[in-house]
Design a protein around this ligand. Sequence first.
Ligand code: CTP
Ligand code: MG
Length: 230
Amino acid sequence: GGLWAVVPAAGRGARFGGALPKQYLPVAGEPLLAHTLRALFAHPGLEGVVVAIAPDDPHWPGWTAFEGRPVRACSGGATRAASVLAGLAALPAGVRADDFVLVHDAARPNLRPADLAALLERGREDPVGAILAAPVRDTLKRAGDDGGIDGTEPRERLWRALTPQLFRRLQLERALAAAAAAGAEVTDEAMAMERQGLRPLLVEGAEDNLKVTTAADLALFEFLLRRRAG
Ligand code: CTP
Ligand code: MG
């Protein structure tokens, strides 16, 4: 089957605040989500995208195609993991159980084409799959209950998990369902796979693959977009 992506876009953006969920905030005349979809569709091998949106989302533009390729919408869930599961269930039947599927946050509009290409190239050679990630640059402190510093964590082996993440459709569905059944909150797809004893590959991606969480992140994306336009 062809390559599809699931884009969880059913969050409310509580940390960002405001009435309009962050994935719909206008950036250069388009909703943030349009920038995210464009970054994904920059890869010529991507056949289509499933977007998981909030039930009865009044802001969803109703796209059935984007840049000439199919877009499907489905209702997401109460957590990011539930939204991804719903998105996987809404993939077309042509996506087979052992086909790789991308999962990419709606709130990550600044994905670089070279990073997506590297993830696909290396992830498809891995038996499990792979995620984009960036090495931790900060010095990490462990806090005590009183707010005092209990120690400094070595950061040499620590990475920040980014998206996209690439896994086989059925393995990912099973891993997310197992985590949900166990009541375990998984904050990315890799974590669900790890719980199954699997070891996804880390593929280093650019640090500017930012997740828009606050107004400062949005300002940074707007800056990067303008700089790219020249
Ligand atoms: N997401 C989702 N379904 C949920 C929660 C989140 O599809 N129930 C999506 C968001 O829309 C976003 C991505 O998962 O594209 C990453 O989540 P996050 O950045 O945390 O977005 P929100 O949950 O919307 O923001 P917040 O946590 O501040 O409320
Ligand atoms: Mg959230």
